[in-house]
Ligand binder design. Sequence first.
Ligand SMILES: [Fe+2]
Length: 471
Amino acid sequence: MAKMGSSSREAAAIVVVLGFVLSLAVVCNGGKTSSFVRKVEKSGVMPLDSDVFKVPPGYNAPQQVHITQGDQLGKAMIVSWVTVEEPGSNTVLYWSAYSKKQKSEGKVTTYKFYNYTSGYIHHTTIRNLKFNTKYYYVVGIGHTERQFWFITPPEVGPDVPYTFGLIGDLGQSFDSNKTLTHYELNPQKGQAVLFVGDLCYADTHPNHDNVWWDTWGRFTERSVAYQPWIWTAGNHEIDFAPELGETKPFKPYTHRYHVPYKASGSTAPFWYSIKRASAYIIVLSSYSAYGKYTPQYFWLEQELRKVNRSETPWLIVLMHAPWYNSYNYHYMEGETMRVMYEPWFVKYKVDVVFAGHVHAYERSERMSNVAYNIVNGICIPVKDQSAPVYITIGDGGNLEGLATNMTEPQPAYSAYREASFGHATFDIKNRTHAYYGWHRNQDGYAVTADSMWFLNRYYNPDNEFASAQHY
Ligand SMILES: [Fe+2]
């Protein structure tokens, strides 16, 4: 073996050092990790006798009232509620200032989970609603009536402004209550919530005590009875408990929360799509099969082809487990789905992907990692203006505390990350522009702790930049 001369050794050392510096430049070129100081201890679940869990007065009074879009276009609404003493009526009475009172008849269901028996769960779909109209509705006709209202979305069209709220991993802790209040009092009024999964965390209680599904339904009623929440299934909705004899996944969730999956040709309520105003929203399931040849795979393949950006310029995807996540929690859990679907998201220029699961906040750069295959070794996310921005908004308040432990250094693809509770709004202005803002619970209601102007990927695929106003 030839000996290396001293000059060769120096040269080799310089190469090694240079290589190290260069690799640091690639790896460390990350975005901002917030230094915001917050308490990190768990705030605890709200006690069962909390005012937010109060049962409405009156015999067999409807409780846990919630609504969600009932068709593809926003002309139908699914109204759901629970009665406890007896089945009561399945009828929803509804009217607007321009129409006389009408009735819609639904169905009632119940389920058992281990030693828990549910109340009577009602689901009624109201159809043929007029766009952009305020409707009043009454449930519980008979013994005790309760009245609510909602506003239907404007007719689907490319320049229709619309403001979505974004909440994930809400749970029912004191922090959850703060998040919901913050959302309600945000001057940037959300008109519908895109919920990215993990609703009530009943499965964290002994025997998955389903009483916590009921309390969560009563807690969130103050918002979801008045504006639709678009549901995504999270891991806490699975409720798979063979040790309790409960082997049918998603049993409580599917009995309580209906979605209009058939309207988009889906064969299961875990993946589906809706159009709302100028947005096309695709909901995916991290916890249903998504590999090649699976129902979800076939559905998504067809679905992406159907999106007409001249009609709905904004293509938004919801899922629970994030694909890009630089926290040390749930690390890489979204990776297998990313490998399957990311090339499609780039091809079809998805504007933004919202996920939850990680109990913190993170926003990515526009980048993709689609060059990789099993033999070429290219596995570094690169800037890609056809790729979505990935936002993790799993910071609703949950029972498990914040995810504060982050991978270091911050990866180049991560634009901003912070372990604080909050919610976000996605405010579509027209076919080209949308303003996105993340609201931290500790701030004033109007403050955005992270924000970004989105330029639509179809109509304005130039570079965009975050406003970078971080507090
Ligand atoms: Fe989760």
